[in-house]
Design a protein around this ligand. Sequence first.
Ligand SMILES: CC(C)(COP(=O)(O)OP(=O)(O)OC[C@H]1O[C@@H](n2cnc3c(N)ncnc32)[C@H](O)[C@@H]1OP(=O)(O)O)[C@@H](O)C(=O)NCCC(=O)NCCS
Length: 176
Amino acid sequence: MAGVRDLVVREMQSADLGTRINYFHDATDEHLRMMGVDRALLPSKEVWRTRIEEDFARPIRERAGYALVWELDGCMVGFSATDQIEFGKQAFMHLHILRPEERHAGLGAEFVKLSASVFFRVLEIERLFCEPNALNVAPNRTLQRAGFRYLFSHETIPGPINFRQVTTRWVLERPG
Ligand SMILES: CC(C)(COP(=O)(O)OP(=O)(O)OC[C@H]1O[C@@H](n2cnc3c(N)ncnc32)[C@H](O)[C@@H]1OP(=O)(O)O)[C@@H](O)C(=O)NCCC(=O)NCCS
């Protein structure tokens, strides 16, 4: 299915932020729990938008985050955001397909591969990490399919919107 459709990744713009933020705010408790996200830790929509817009306005080398929109046949179907960026060295990525009916159809693995090559180029990084909840099968399988290498599992609070959980860390090295 994915092979005959048009997959494009492009830089996220301010106009895409409503979709990104609503994805978390409108998510079911089950979906948030699977991703290891604590609803009580989500910034309000307004605060979150302002925070990201201020970051988008910074030069790329000074960004706290950098994000890509995933488009299928011209429509946004998902996004990938990076954080913990050490420009020229490494970053952590996150992966999301917005609607359940578009998941598990081969798109995620293809978008992750496309996104990784953009992150390597734009952020000039040597290593790209991803650290999903260990119990969340889909991203773990997807990272493996996209060529990431498993590093380790540990108990941690992986980010500011997360609860304590066991995560699995995966890495993709910059292609030689
Ligand atoms: C994670 C996500 C982006 C993966 O994209 P996707 O399009 O569903 O994944 P794909 O269809 O490309 O599948 C890639 C691999 O994962 C497996 N997979 C995907 N969803 C799965 C599921 N729910 N259960 C078991 N395996 C699953 C596929 O079988 C495939 O495995 P294979 O390499 O053995 O064939 C998507 O499922 C998603 O958005 N999930 C909700 C958000 C989320 O959990 N994000 C992670 C936060 S870090």
